[in-house]
Write a protein of this length. Structure first.
Length: 650
């Protein structure tokens, strides 16, 4: 809509119930054609005149008098002069040279007699402007020159045809060629309806459920779809309404697309796919017609799977659209989708799957019975899930026997399947760089850091003062964490700068996935987060900006304790906020008054202050360890959790 290339629209699709292309598309097309034609005309003029040189009338007269001219043709504005075959080139050159500056084209520069002779070998036609010369005819006859008046009548119509219509035809042909090349864009003039790929189609995805690690619940729901595709009669006989569509809901990279493909692979049916995000840059009517074509093809190829990725891009709730008429393209596409889903012959075994990570923005109409009435949650993997995903991808590369995937899984809490797949690949790349025949553990741990914390960037060098500060900060985190009762083991401490913002970082890994946390554990977590800042204060009596992320995270936890978990002294057990949607980031809704809000802030700050004091106390009591480990870290730049514990006990 906002773009305006002329060659994208679709008004001629038979049965189209979409309005024709926008006026401005026609304007665009016309303007392009005009420009094109203009350029063509100029080009034709340029090339056709380039090898004919203009000469002066006096030169023509001299040539004629010397008997060098063979033929003359009278045009409307000028005379075309052709030299005789046997004309003496030296003589011609002599006549033409004196006033060479008047000659065109200029690119030939100063014409010397020698250059003239070269030119004349190829070009024997000149032209000159008409001059009122009553005796000319007589002289032409006297010299035996053939002469005639051009009989081609350049009527305005012929002129128009040759200069505008012919280019139009050429323009159209080029346009057809280009739009054919661009394939799926279809085209305004695409009368032949050669629909090259308007959506993805895979005859066989070659993906099976075995390729999707973990996600057992999602797979269970989808197995039913597979069964339905394989044995539709079983369901029809008993009168069960067949599942028409299911919505795969989950954060990016968790394997939604993969699961959809696996359904097709397991059922051995073709996989048609369309991505909602592609519609964003599309023209009015194209989205709808794509949807229509997709379903038409799916109907012909049943049984099959239709997969609509990122459906939120088209299926956004229509009430949410503040701007007037700004999104009729999406709305049209959405309406078409709804119409197709409703109108789809339910005896045909077509299963429609869609994926989104923002189910809350979807138009309610999409979720009604008979449409995407089923939701399949695809969560980020837990510890064992991560290990399984790593194993799936590890099987595709060469791994050293000593590799421990469990350790990697422990390090990657919060990573989605795509991140893990990426890590394995990064590890493989690193192994190649290192000239190894197989991936070793070190490649994997490095890859984890590469993917999680951004690529290692050795050229961002901290000056020694910064380095000291960062080292004390990071050791502060680690020490507070290790010295508390509810401690989380430290995996690694490093002050090697990363590209993704944080200077150093301390990697802590919970020994197991935690779903429940006690108040003590949460407080310990807050203290560890604040340990960085506390260490800075103790060691340097100064505060740096490096702790802002820590403080933010600590505050979030403290706030949750007060408002959601009922863990504050001031409020006790009282729900003050309700988590709205787990996929909507930070979308908590306050369920309390403003005064209460102020008191919440007070409680939060109380918790944070207390934890900060705890952290400071712990570090002061262990001032020696702090210095010792920090100095060691400064020299080594990074230390492992095991080494850290050794140093602490030393
Ligand atoms: P989504 O569609 O949810 O954003 P994808 O299905 O595109 O995620 O996943 C991207 C890639 O991540 C997949 O191609 C696959 O390599 C990997 N992946 C994600 N989840 C899993 C899983 N559960 N098992 C194996 N690989 C996975
Ligand atoms: Mg996807
Ligand atoms: Zn920190």
């Amino acid at each position: 809509m906002s773009q305006s290339t002329p060659n994208e629209s679709d008004s001629n699709t038979p049965g189209g119930n979409t309005p024709g292309p926008r006026k401005n598309q026609w304007v665009n097309l016309l303007v392009s054609w005009f420009i094109f034609t203009f350029v063509i005309n100029i080009a034709i003029n340029f090339f056709s005149s380039s090898h004919r040189m203009e000469i002066e009338y006096s030169q023509f007269a001299a040539l004629l008098d010397e008997g060098l001219v063979k033929r003359v043709r009278f045009e409307d504005e000028y005379l075309l002069i052709e030299l005789g075959d046997g004309a003496n080139l030296d003589a011609v050159a002599r006549i033409l040279t004196p006033s060479e500056t008047a000659n065109r084209p200029r690119s030939m520069g100063m014409m010397t007699p020698k250059k003239w002779r070269e030119h004349l070998r190829e070009n024997r036609v000149f032209y000159t402007g008409k001059v009122d010369d009553p005796g000319l005819n007589g002289r032409l006859l006297a010299h035996g020159v053939d002469f005639s008046r051009s009989i081609v009548v350049h009527s305005p119509i012929v002129n128009f045809l040759s200069s505008w219509v012919v280019p139009l035809v050429i323009f159209y042909l080029i346009y057809r060629f280009i739009s054919g090349r661009l394939g799926h864009m279809g085209g305004m003039m695409n009368v032949g309806k050669s629909k090259a790929k308007m959506y993805g189609m895979e005859k066989s995805t070659r993906v099976s459920f075995a390729d999707v690690a973990g996600q057992e619940e999602a797979k269970e729901s989808l197995r039913e779809m597979v069964d339905f595709l394989n044995h539709p009669d079983k369901y029809r006989d008993i009168g069960a309404r067949q599942p028409k569509g299911a919505l795969l809901v989950g954060p990016p990279g968790t394997g939604k697309t993969l699961l959809a493909k696996a359904v097709a692979g397991e059922a051995g049916v073709p996989f048609f796919s369309l991505s909602g995000s592609e519609f964003v840059e599309m023209f009015v009517g194209v989205g709808a017609s794509r949807v229509r074509d997709l379903f038409e093809q799916a109907g012909k190829n049943a049984p099959c799977i239709v997969f609509i990725d990122e459906i939120d891009a088209i299926g956004k709730s229509r009430d949410n659209q503040a701007q007037m008429g700004g999104n009729d393209e999406r709305e049209q596409t959405l309406n078409q989708l709804l119409a197709e889903m409703d109108g789809f012959d339910s005896s045909k075994s077509v299963v429609i799957l869609a994926a989104t990570n923002r189910p809350e923005v979807l138009d309610k109409a999409l979720l009604r019975p008979g449409r995407f009435d089923r939701r399949i949650i695809v969560e980020k993997p837990d510890l064992s899930g991560r290990e399984a995903i790593l194993a799936v991808h590890a099987a595709k590369v060469k791994m050293d026997g000593g590799v421990n995937l469990k350790e990697i899984a422990l390090m990657t809490s919060g990573a989605a399947g795509a991140d893990l797949a990426n890590m394995i690949n990064e590890a493989a790349l690193r192994a190649v760089r290192m000239g190894r025949p197989a991936i070793v553990q070190e490649d994997l741990t490095e890859a984890v850091e590469t993917v999680i914390a951004g690529k290692e960037k050795k050229d961002r060098i901290l000056n020694s003062e910064e380095k000291r500060l960062v080292a004390y900060h990071e050791v502060g985190h680690a020490l507070v964490s290790a010295l508390q009762k509810h401690s989380t083991p430290v995996q690694k401490i490093t002050i090697v700068p990363r590209t993704m913002g944080s200077l150093g970082y301390t990697l802590q890994t919970p020994e197991d996935e935690r779903y429940l946390m006690t108040r003590g554990e949460l407080l310990a977590q807050i203290s560890s987060l604040l340990g960085g800042r506390a260490a800075e204060e103790i060691a340097f009596g100064e505060k740096s900006t490096g702790a802002s992320n820590d403080i933010e995270r600590a505050t979030k936890i403290a706030r949750g304790m007060v408002t959601q978990y009922g863990m504050s002294d001031g409020f006790g057990v009282m729900g003050l906020e309700s988590a709205q949607n787990q996929y909507l980031d930070g979308g908590n809704v306050m369920t309390c008054s403003e005064e209460t809000g102020a008191r919440i802030d007070e409680e939060v700050s109380k918790i944070i202050k207390a934890c900060y004091e705890d952290a400071k106390k712990l570090l002061s009591e262990n001032r020696d360890s702090l210095s010792r480990i920090a100095e060691y870290l400064i020299s080594e730049e990074s230390i492992t959790g095991a080494r850290f514990m050794e140093l602490l006990r030393a």
